[in-house]
Each structure stands twice: as C-alpha cells, then as structure tokens.
Design a protein around this ligand. Structure first.
Ligand code: BGC
Length: 757
C-alpha cells in the first residue's frame, strides 16, 4: 500500500517528487481519448526510473510466442499493443548541461490530474548541479473533442542563467516495447522530415504493416517573441526542430506543441503524411485555448451523464471518479475494431488485448453511462470475430460451426499460451453470450439477435454441446478438464460455474432462435441458411439442458466449485500469515493448486450473473462458504463480492470490498500499479456503487433500486442512462430520491415498491 497521493474530490495530486514511485505516478497520470493515450511521463530528459509509454489503439504487433514446452493448439503469436511515437519530447541544454530532473535539486514539485477537465499539469522549481535555478509549468491533454489531436503547453523560466539555451522539440518513433519477447523493435521507418516549425515521422509495424504518421506544429516564444527553428535534425524514425536562444536571468520560454495523428486504420498509407500534417496545422491555427475549451466541453458532457458524487468521504469520492475518468478515456465506442485492454493506455502488461473482462465487467458500465451505440460496438467486436472463433475451435478439434472465443485477443485470434487457460478457461465463451442477453435486457431491444447476435449464440452453443460428454456413471452430462474463473485451480472436472453458464447458453440460444423465428422471420431464414442449423441440434441442446451435472452439497447448501472441492483442507484466509500473502508471490504453484484458496469469484460469479435463479438463503450459504476462502488476488474479485455482500445486507463486508476495488491503483494495493492501471476492474468499482450500494437491477423489464448507503457516507448520487432516459439517484441516510432528468420513463422500483416518476 502507498499513501502519497493527496486526497481531493476532482484531482489526483502528487505534491512532492517521489523518484522511486515515478513509474507508479506515470500510470496514475495517464491520459487518453479512446484512440490514443500516454503515461504521465515528463516531457524533458529524465534519467531516473521511467517507462516511456505512448499507445495508439488498434495498432498491434504479433510477437512470436515464447513458451518453455510447446503444446499443440498454442497460438504462434501474442498480439501486443505497441508502444508508439513519443510525441511529447523536449530537450533543453544550457551551458553544456542537460535539464534532467533526476540530477537536480528539487525545491517544489506538483503533478496533478484534473479529472473534471481531463488535463495533466506539472509545476517544478529546481536547481541543476551547476546551480541554474529554473521552473517548469506545463499542461497537456489528448483531445476528447477530436481524437486525432494532442497538445502540450510548456513554460520554462530560467531565474539566474545567462548564456545560450538549445532546445530540441522532437518526435521519436525509435521505441521498444518493454514486454517484447525477443527484444526486437516493432516499428520500421517510412519517412521523417522537419522544416520550419514542423516535424513529421512516419513508421510502419513489422508483420502487421500498420502505419502511423505523427506530426508536430510548434509555437515557441522567448519572452513573448515568436522563435523560428534554427536547425533541424532528422534520422531514422526521429525528427526534431532545434532552437538556439540567448538567455538572460528571468527569461521565459513558452512552447506549445500541436500534434496530429493519422494511421492506416483511418487513412490510405499514401495519405498519412498530408493528413497528420494538416491535423497538426489546423490545431495550431485553432490555438490551444480553443482546443482546450472544446476538450473541456466534451468532458463536461461526459461527467453530466456519468458522475458519481460521494459526500462525506473524499477518499471514496476521488477513487470512484478516478475509475470513471480512466474508463471514459480508454474506450469511447467510436470504432468496433477497438476494445478495452486490462491496462488501457497506461502500460504494456497483458498486451493491451481483450479478455472476458470486457463482457463480464466493462459492458454494464458503458451500457449505463454512454449512448447505446457504445455498448453495441462491444458486441459487434465479438460478432466481427465470429469466423476466427470458429477457426479457433477447429484448431482445437471442434467442428460444424462451434465457436470458441479466445482467452486473449486483439483481432479475433487467440494470443494466450498456457494450456490450462488457453484450452481450459472456456467459461469466457459463456460471458460473451451473457453479454448479448445483458445488453438486450438493458436496452429492451432484441433486434441485435438479427444483426449477428444469434449467429454468435449458435456458435457458442455448438461449442458447449461438443465440449460436454455424457457420463454413464453419473447419467448426466459432465465437463472435464476446465479452469473456472478461479485460476488457482486448473484442469478440474465439473466447475459449477462453467457447467451452469454452458447450460444457460444452450437454453438462451434455443429461446433466442424461437424468438427470431416468430418475430423476425426473414432474418430467421437467412440465419438458418447461413449457420445450417439442424433440428437435431436443438433436441440435443435440450437434452443437455435437462441433464447437466451441477455439483452440489446439500448439507451445506452450496454449489461445489468443482468435483472433489470438499476433499481440500477447508481452511479460511484467516489461517494465512501476513508473509504468505499474496500467495501468488509467495507460494509455489503446486501449493496454490492444492490449497483451498480462491483467486476470485467463481461460484459467486455465477450467483452474481444468475441471481434471479436462486433464493437469498442459497446465495448467503455460498457467500459465507466461499468468501472467507477467497484471497481476491485478481482485481476483478472484490467488486462481485461487494455487490453480493450488499444484497445480503452485509454492509461492513460490502464496504471493505468496495474500498479494495476503488483505490486499488491510487493506493497501489497490489504493488503493481507501475505496470499500468487495472482498467477493466475499474468498471467493477462502478458496479459496486451502482449495483452494490444502489442495488440497481432490471427485473421483469423494470428498473429496480435497492439502496444501502455506507455508514461513512453522507450521500451518494449517481447517474444512469436507461432506454433513452437519464436518471439521477441520490441516496441519503434519510432516504433515496430518484430524479428523471430526461426521457419519459414512468416508473421505477425502490426497495421493491413501485414509484411513479
Ligand atoms: C484474471 C482473469 C482476467 C485477467 C485480465 C487475471 O488475473 O484471473 O479473470 O481476465 O486477469 O484482467
């Protein structure tokens, strides 16, 4: 745990320089706009601890898989989001000294992220080893109003220096990925140029041939007088404009960098240079003030529809806004080829690819906080990958249109390569089907079934039907050799969650086929033709639904996480010594696998998705059995527990779990924020408030709330978008108010009681 970030309702503040935590801060101070993002790196040279990171969504490289022991069926490549052009670069050299904060004596330092407006600020006062006193005042943003533009404004004041100052304002594409398997560089040069106050670099990814052009247009002033570049420096994947200035004590240099991005995702390769240059020029012409205003206006619109206010607890307030802010700047739904990597634009771990996190955790967030097309894009992403999911299943020996979605993917191809996860953690397929149901239910619009949804469901259902086998001994269908959401158990038989969701998929697919048949007959004919669906398949699915084996212990009224779970030594987490935790860093894998300890919600994940199928006693006995054995070593874990604890009236537990998820990164809870933020679990934090403390559910096609305000909060107010309506829900100790801000929704249920709006 760290406690160096100052608490504030709207800002993230580091008011002193902590060189050892710099990589953590760089993650926390990341910016993005759905299309690109960057870590909170310094603009000027820095020789201390840093991970320079800029990322452009959808641009990846398939790095050759590295594994110790190859298994048939492993993918050959792992697609990685690429660390891309460093566009913020500034270098200052005075009196043969390079400005490098790592070597300076720092008198004042403040880095702050204004989440309300999406702007990163930094102010520094320091002295160089040669005694030059200087101050830096800088701010930057990645425009939410125009996602091809980023801009920075940097003022350097030299208090006691007289002599020449050399400035280099550069774009550097000669970048390596920290997570490169073979230390290769992934970008090759296309072109670079620098004239006047502009520079341009253009590079292409190896193998995937994505091209990206980045252009900078500079406005540099010395005590208010505009400077022109004295020289230019270009070499492979690098371009800079250089300025020589005669400085007197007290002089001030102000640099505004307007940066334009154009990639082959949106432009023909031959049009990239002109596009990037025009974008940067137009930005410069518009000017930073107007660009900033448009950017702030965009953030205002976002916060108007999705802010959560927590009164009386600034730490919780900062935590929730931090989570919402990062989710909003990671994914905007503008392109169905993009998705939400577990680290977003804040680091390289997990390769920036898509996991089941998107469907199970992120979708509900975007459903309620953004226009409907944003959530729809996430579904479309998977529909677009259906053919690859079918191919993926074929590679593993499945046939006849069975689809297995990858554990980790960028473009639909599997990237993951640990047999116990790649081949066994197949519950992910269920989450993708569940997301279709969830979105249809939320939007009350089943037309998506005719726009790809049903084809995805059929592919998934076919997979489950082939993955189970009939056990003559049990006279039931069983599913052998799987890994459930709890990755601290591998190759188990009959993971309850997987069997349950598989059965549900078969049922839901059959119902959806029936619905499309009656409601959308021409689509039905087309889909039937396309999928070659046969009646026997439906009969077989029904047989599996009727006879799926679901391990259960009647004595404890609990579902068994898997066959034989009760053979374990049934310790609880209390029995662990502090030095054992986290067990994934302190124990051998063998010890973890044999132990009872659970990484993240598994049976409880199923009870969360399918809450309506179970009575409260059953949910309670499972919670009471499994939660004390859960170490929550996945960031996705606490939120599900927080929601369920609320449902069960366990207020303290709900709050404890909420705190763990809400400030996970701000307090560096798991000691890994330096690798990047836990973007997908941030959606879980949002769910803990809205579905947990707010108790939001859709039941029988109506919107329900079941508020339970944490004791330490004076009030909590959240906003949601629901079927064309915008609502605010304000919970106070004295009661809850639901306010219809827009739309014509007639009624909602509050603690089970119907109220008219
Ligand atoms: C979790 C997975 C999750 C992945 C990416 C793992 O630690 O166990 O459920 O998909 O992280 O967030």
């Amino acid at each position: 745990m760290k406690d160096y970030i100052k608490k504030d309702n709207w800002q993230i503040i580091e008011d002193q320089f902590f060189p050892d935590y710099n990589e953590i801060s760089e993650s926390l101070f990341s910016l993005g706009n759905g299309k690109m993002g960057l870590r909170g790196n310094f603009e000027e040279d820095f020789s201390g601890k840093t991970l320079q990171g800029s990322y452009n969504a959808g641009i990846y490289y398939p790095d050759k898989t590295k594994v110790g022991w190859w298994k048939n069926g492993y993918p050959e490549y792992f697609a990685k989001v690429l660390n891309s052009c460093n566009w913020i670069g500034l270098s200052f050299n005075f009196g043969n000294e390079i400005l490098d904060l790592n070597k300076c004596n720092i008198g004042f330092f403040k880095r702050s992220l204004n989440m309300e407006e999406g702007i990163l600020y930094r102010q520094v006062k320091a002295t160089t080893p040669n005694g030059v006193n200087f101050s830096i005042d800088t701010h930057r943003f990645t425009s939410m109003a125009n996602d091809e533009i980023a801009c920075l404004d940097y003022t350097l004041r030299l208090d006691n220096y007289k002599g020449q100052l050399n400035i280099s304002a550069f774009l550097d594409f000669d970048i390596v990925n920290k997570d490169s398997n073979y230390d290769e560089k992934f970008w090759e040069e296309v072109a670079q140029s620098s004239t006047g106050n502009d520079s341009f670099v253009h590079a292409r990814t190896l193998k995937t041939s994505f091209e990206l052009g980045v252009s900078q247009s500079l406005a540099i002033y010395h005590n208010g007088s505009r400077l022109n570049a004295n020289s230019h420096n270009t070499h492979s994947k690098y371009a800079s404009n250089q300025y020589e200035v005669d400085i007197n004590p007290g002089d001030e240099i102000r640099i505004t960098k307007y940066v334009g991005f154009a990639s082959s995702l949106y432009y023909a390769p031959e049009a990239i240079q002109e596009a990037a240059t025009t974008i940067a020029h137009n930005a410069a012409q518009t000017g930073i003030e107007a660009l900033l205003q448009a950017h702030k206006d965009e953030w205002k619109k976002i916060w108007d529809r999705c802010d959560i206010k927590i009164e009386g607890d600034v730490s919780a307030q900062q935590g929730i806004r931090f989570n919402i802010f990062h989710l909003m700047q990671t994914y905007t739904g503008s392109d169905s080829r993009l998705n939400i990597g577990p680290k977003g634009f804040t680091g390289e771990k997990y390769g920036g690819s898509t996991y089941w996190d998107t469907e199970a955790y992120c979708l509900p967030f975007y459903q309620s906080t953004a226009p409907a097309n944003v959530a729809n894009q996430l579904l479309k992403y998977r529909y677009n990958h259906l053919a690859k999911a079918i191919e993926n299943a074929e590679n593993l020996g499945f046939s006849d249109g069975a689809a297995l979605y990858p554990m980790v993917t960028m473009n639909g191809e599997e990237c993951h390569n640990e047999w116990e996860i790649t081949f066994e953690e197949i519950h992910r397929n269920g989450a993708i089907a569940y997301a279709i149901y969830d979105n249809i239910n939320y939007q009350d619009d089943d037309s998506y079934l005719t726009q790809g949804g049903l084809e995805v469901l059929i592919g998934i259902a076919r997979f489950w039907a082939q993955r189970v086998n009939y056990s003559v001994d049990k006279e039931k269908y069983v599913m052998l050799g799987v890994t459930g959401p709890n990755e601290y158990e591998n190759n188990v038989n009959n993971n309850w969650y997987t069997n349950y969701i598989a059965r549900w998929c078969l049922k839901y697919t059959s119902q959806s086929i029936e619905l499309v048949k009656t409601k959308y007959s021409s689509a039905y004919t087309r889909i039937l033709e396309l999928t070659q669906l046969k009646d026997q398949e439906l009969t077989q699915w029904q047989d599996i639904v009727n006879n799926m084996y679901l391990p259960y212990d009647p004595e404890r009224n609990i579902f068994l996480q898997q066959d034989g779970f009760l053979d374990k030594e049934l310790n609880t987490v209390d029995a662990l010594k502090p030095e054992d935790r986290p067990i994934n860093q302190n124990w051998s894998w063998d010890r973890i696998l044999r132990s009872v300890y659970i990484k993240q919600a598994d049976v409880l994940q199923g009870l969360y998705f399918f809450e309506e199928d179970f009575d409260l006693d059953t949910i309670r006995s499972n919670f009471d059995f499994y939660e004390p054995r859960t170490v929550h070593e996945s960031s996705l874990s606490p939120c599900v527990h927080s929601i369920q604890a609320n449902l069960l009236g366990k207020k303290d537990k709900a709050y404890e779990m909420y705190l763990r998820t809400s400030r996970l990164d701000l307090d560096d809870y798991n000691n890994d924020t330096e690798d990047g933020l836990h973007i997908t679990s941030m959606a879980g934090t949002w769910m803990s408030v809205v579905k947990g403390f707010g108790g939001m559910r859709i039941k029988n096609n109506a919107l329900h709330f079941n508020p339970s305000l944490p004791e330490s909060w004076q009030a909590c107010e959240f906003h949601i978008l629901f079927r064309g309506n915008k609502l605010s829900i304000r919970m106070e100790p004295s009661g809850t108010k639901v306010h219809l801000i827009e739309g014509d929704l007639k009624e909602v249920y509050l603690a089970g009681e119907k109220i008219m709006l």
